[in-house]
Structures are given as structure tokens and as C-alpha cells.
Design a protein around this ligand. Structure first.
Ligand code: GLN
Length: 554
């Protein structure tokens, strides 16, 4: 087992997760297996109880782990399913140590941060690495060097270096290389200070990634190499990129793969970056555009919807189209703050969410798409709100709603899952993770998945109320996907509509560059057709108008 530990300096939000993922991808391209761990130094046991405005989207794994969004990046870049153990948080570490203390495992000792907390962290990392089939384990330490919260983690990885040895573990440090507009020169001092801070802890970085707006000049690289005591080929420039998927290529061009092979004495056998390059070329080449609206409630922080954005990029690359996302706040639609919100759209995507704020805006979007034949995909809450809209306006149950938003509605078409009725704790108690869904043969969904048996990831507490299924189906909302028990509704398709689909699960979470989520492929394909039909219609009416004018002149 080899380890690469990635730390961050100067400030947060430098894209450490993407750099870690890209570095992992480069190692994978050598024909080696890679796993990745994210360390989050917060006290929450997992990301599940956090508002998306805190740390962005809550990513869900097959095993039901609610984890940091970086695990989504790792899964997409490494094309590998991870487990909740791949996300270590301070909360998890302390919980485990305190449980051990209560059991009496420490045999009368005083339990302390060093060695008990640090040992727990180190052993946690080693265990995940050993239990995986990987040759290399990449560990990203969240936060910035110097943070009080990160201190035990830095000490733990310092000790790991001592224990496994210098040949088997290397440190990479991500910093900022700003340009002062007055002098126009790339400044290396923040990097020097950040590395100095690391060295004070006993960590000497082997590799430095300098984030900057433009590529770093050779002189800047040499300066960093000299002052931070690393070879110049170990100073890697990471300028702003057209997409996150360009980053592995950018790193490879600077010789990072060769440096990693040499530094960690890796037995590289093969080079499969070619597929990745082709994927990036497909993103770059797409010229035609389609406009898809994303109706959310955390749209001011795009990271809240990162997996949706990525799934649309993967789909665009497959279908040779650029998907332009029109961000719409559901609440603004509701309050009439956006004029003509649905103008110039070729499709609507309503993602998941919690809480009543914006739920009526999502209902309005579903109504518009249903009535206008506009392609629509509703995910989780989007699926639930489209069901409520259909119940109100087609089935005729005017006050239909989810009991999440109106506990006294006479028609709770969306209701609490029966097993949730006695739940009191909020953390980790939703219906989570990958569950089997059986899909009707001949449905659009089975056609898109090329299967009638699928496994998708879930994160919900409410579901379609079984008492209303017959009425909904009679009116044209067909539940073509169900859990094996047949009473839990998973996918609906609307009869007579080109593409109006809702799913209780989250297809965006399993979308990968080479395997876009099937329901996203369906949405974007339908959006392309919708746009073509609209253009043809506009052309025809343009011709007609021209013809009328010519007649008049005569
Ligand atoms: N709030 C809804 C539920 O709990 C939807 C959840 C979601 O969209 N992830 O069922």
C-alpha cells in the first residue's frame, strides 16, 4: 500500500477535492487501483444533518453513507464505489474513542487526544486502505493547515509517515499563488508561509500544487522549489480550467504521472488516460446548446447541486450537446419575482430537497412542463411535488400535498414512510443508499436503463401514499418503477407526454463520465428533440409570414 496525503494551505475553496481526484485518476491510469479518503475536521458524525449551504450537496453512497461531496468527485474520477468509512470526521473519531472508553477498552488509562484520538485516526486510514483492493490510497485532509480542528489529523498523518516509511507515503500541499494586479507578478510568499507552517508540524511536502488564475511561469515554479525545498518538477501549476475534467490532463502534461511513479516506486503497467482525453474532447467539441432549468432552493451555492451539474456534463458529452443550466430559485417563481421563468427552455429538472420553502414553485414548474409538453425530470422531492401537482390539477384533489409541508392536508398523496413514524433522531435515519427497483418492460425507463432491474441510491423520509396509487394511475400517471414489495413507488411516467418522468431515487449520484445517468440521458435527448421541433415550427411560421408579405406587395 502506498499513501498520498493531500493538505491545503492559505485559504479554503482552492479545489483540493478536484486536485486529489485528478491525482488519483493519474495513478489509476498507470493500471493501478486507487481508493480515496476524505477527512472532515468537523464534529458532525456525517454530512447528513448539514444544510447544503454549509458544505454543498450531501452525497449518498451505495451503503447509505451520507458524506462530503468530495466523495462524489472521487467516485466520478476514479470510477469506483466508495463506502462511508472513506469519509472520516472528527465526530466519528470521537464517538468511536468514547465508545471504547465506556466499554473499558483502555484498561484504566487516561484517554487523551494524543495518543488515543491520533491512533484512532491513523488506524482508521490504514483500515480503509487495507480493506480496499487498492494499491494506492489518496487521503485528502479538509480545512487549511493552521486550523485548530486539523491539528490531530496532521499529527496522525505525520505518524503514519513515520510508521509506513518515506518510500511508501508522500505529502502533497495545495496552495494559492495570487497575482497582485498592481505589479502583475505571481506571488509565492503565501505558499512559502504555508509550507513553513507544515514543516513546523513535522511534515515536509514532496509535491506542491499552486492554484492560480493563469499558468505559473517557470521562474515562479523555480522560486517555490527553492524556498520550499522540493524538486522543480514537483511544483505543479493548476490554473483555472474550462471544466474539472481538464485537470487530470493538465497535471499529466506537467509530468506529474512520472514524478508519482518515481517517488512512490509504483509498478506502472498501462496507460489508459486516452479514454479520459476522448471524454474531455467530447465536452469541448459540443456546439449545439439546450437550455435546462434547474428549479432549486439552494441555487446561490452551485455546489449544492454538484452531482446534477456533473450528470448533465456527462450526458452532454455523450449526446454531443452543451447543456446550459438556467438556475431558478423555486421561491422566486412562487412569488412572481422572475418574469417568464419558463421562457426559452427545452427541459426542466426539479431536484431533491427538504422543507416547504419553494415547494409551490416546484409544483408550478411541474404544471408548466406537463401542460406544455416540455421535457421534465423530477428527482426525489421533484418526483413528490410533480405527484402533488398531478393530484391537484388532473385527479381533482385540490388540496393534495405532501404531509411534510401540510400535515393537515385532506389528501396526503405524499406521506411519511411507515417505518419513519417512530423515528426521533434525524441523523442517519432517512431511507438511505442503494435499493433495488423493478421497472416495467416496455417503459421509457427500462429502455433507458436497458434493464428491468436497477439499483439506485435513495435519501428520503416520505413516499407516494399507497392509498392514492390507483387514482393516479387511472388518470395517466403510471408507476413503472417499484420497489420489490410493489407498494413503494419509485418511478412514474406520464402517459401521452414526450418525457415527463419522476423518480424517488437520486440517479445523479451514480452518473459517471463514461456512463451518464440514464434518466438524464432521457431528459436531454427529449430536450434536443423539443428544441428541433420548436426550431422547425419557427422556421415554418417565418416562411409563412414571408409568403404573406410577398403576396401583399404584389
Ligand atoms: N423531503 C423529501 C423526503 O424526505 C424529499 C427528500 C429528497 O429530495 N432527498 O422524502
Amino acid at each position: 500500500m502506498r499513501y498520498v496525503i493531500v493538505t491545503g494551505g492559505v485559504l479554503s475553496g482552492l479545489g483540493k477535492g478536484i486536485i486529489t481526484s485528478s491525482l488519483g485518476r493519474l495513478i489509476k491510469c498507470c493500471g493501478l487501483e486507487v481508493t480515496a479518503i476524505k477527512i472532515d475536521p468537523y464534529l458532525n458524525c456525517d454530512a447528513g444533518t448539514m444544510n447544503p449551504y454549509q458544505h454543498g450537496e450531501v452525497f449518498v453512497l451505495d451503503d447509505g453513507g451520507e458524506v462530503d461531496l468530495d466523495l462524489g468527485n472521487y467516485e466520478r474520477f476514479l470510477d469506483k464505489n466508495l463506502t462511508s468509512d472513506n469519509n472520516i470526521t472528527t465526530g466519528k473519531v470521537y464517538r468511536s474513542v468514547i465508545n471504547k472508553e465506556r466499554r473499558g477498552d483502555y484498561l484504566g488509562k487516561t484517554v487523551q487526544i494524543i495518543p488515543h484520538i491520533t491512533n484512532e485516526i491513523r488506524m482508521g486510514i490504514e483500515e480503509v486502505a487495507q480493506n480496499s483492493d487498492a494499491d494506492v490510497c489518496v487521503v485528502e485532509l479538509g480545512g487549511t493547515v493552521g486550523d485548530i480542528e486539523s491539528a490531530p489529523f496532521l499529527e496522525a498523518v505525520r505518524q503514519l509517515h513515520h510508521i509506513v516509511g518515506h518510500d511508501r507515503l508522500m505529502f502533497a500541499h495545495v496552495t494559492l499563488v495570487p497575482v497582485l494586479s498592481v505589479v502583475g507578478e505571481q506571488k509565492t510568499k503565501p505558499t512559502q508561509h504555508s509550507v513553513k507552517e507544515l514543516r513546523a508540524i513535522g511534515i515536509h511536502p514532496d509535491l506542491i500544487f499552486g492554484r492560480s488564475q493563469f499558468p505559473m511561469g517557470q521562474d515562479t515554479k523555480e522560486k517555490i522549489a527553492l524556498f520550499c525545498d522540493v524538486p522543480v518538477e514537483a511544483v505543479i501549476s493548476v490554473p483555472d480550467a474550462p471544466s474539472i475534467y481538464h485537470v487530470p490532463l493538465m497535471l499529466e502534461e506537467q509530468g506529474l504521472k512520472d514524478y508519482l511513479i518515481e517517488r512512490l516506486d509504483l509498478q506502472a503497467n498501462g496507460d489508459s488516460l486516452a479514454d479520459w482525453r476522448k471524454f474531455v474532447q467530447r465536452i469541448d467539441r459540443a456546439k449545439n446548446e439546450v437550455n435546462i432549468a434547474l428549479i432549486g432552493k439552494y441555487t446561490h451555492l452551485k455546489d449544492s447541486y454538484i452531482s446534477h451539474i456533473e450528470a448533465l456534463i456527462h450526458t452532454g458529452a455523450l449526446l454531443n450537446v452543451k447543456v446550459k443550466i438556467k438556475w431558478l430559485e423555486a421561491e422566486d417563481i412562487e412569488e412572481g419575482k422572475v418574469k417568464k421563468p419558463f421562457e426559452d427552455l427545452h427541459g426542466i429538472l426539479v431536484p431533491g430537497g427538504f422543507g416547504w420553502r419553494g415547494s409551490e414553485g416546484k409544483i408550478m414548474a411541474a404544471k408548466h412542463a406537463r401542460e406544455k409538453g416540455l421535457p421534465f425530470l423530477g428527482i426525489c422531492l421533484g418526483f413528490q411535488m410533480a405527484t402533488a401537482e398531478f393530484s391537484r390539477n388532473v385527479v381533482g384533489l385540490a388540496e393534495a400535498n405532501s404531509s411534510e409541508f401540510n400535515p393537515r392536508t385532506p389528501h396526503p398523496v405524499i406521506d411519511l414512510l411507515p417505518e419513519q413514524k417512530t423515528t426521533t433522531d434525524m441523523g442517519g435515519t432517512l431511507r438511505l443508499g442503494a435499493h433495488q427497483v423493478l421497472v416495467d418492460k416496455g417503459s421509457k425507463t427500462s429502455h433507458l436503463y436497458k434493464s428491468t432491474e436497477i439499483y439506485e441510491r435513495h435519501r428520503h423520509r416520505y413516499e407516494v401514499n399507497p392509498d392514492y396509487i390507483d387514482r393516479l394511475e387511472e388518470a395517466g400517471m403510471k408507476f413503472v418503477g417499484r420497489a420489490p414489495d410493489k407498494i413503494r413507488m419509485e418511478v412514474f411516467e406520464l402517459e401521452g407526454h414526450p418525457y415527463f418522468i419522476g423518480c424517488q431515487f437520486h440517479p445523479e449520484l451514480k452518473s459517471r463520465p463514461n456512463r451518464p445517468a440514464p434518466l438524464f440521458v432521457g431528459l436531454v435527448s427529449a430536450a434536443i428533440d423539443y428544441k428541433k421541433a420548436k426550431d422547425r415550427k419557427a422556421k415554418r411560421s417565418g416562411k409563412k409570414a414571408k409568403g404573406k408579405k410577398a403576396k401583399k406587395k404584389k
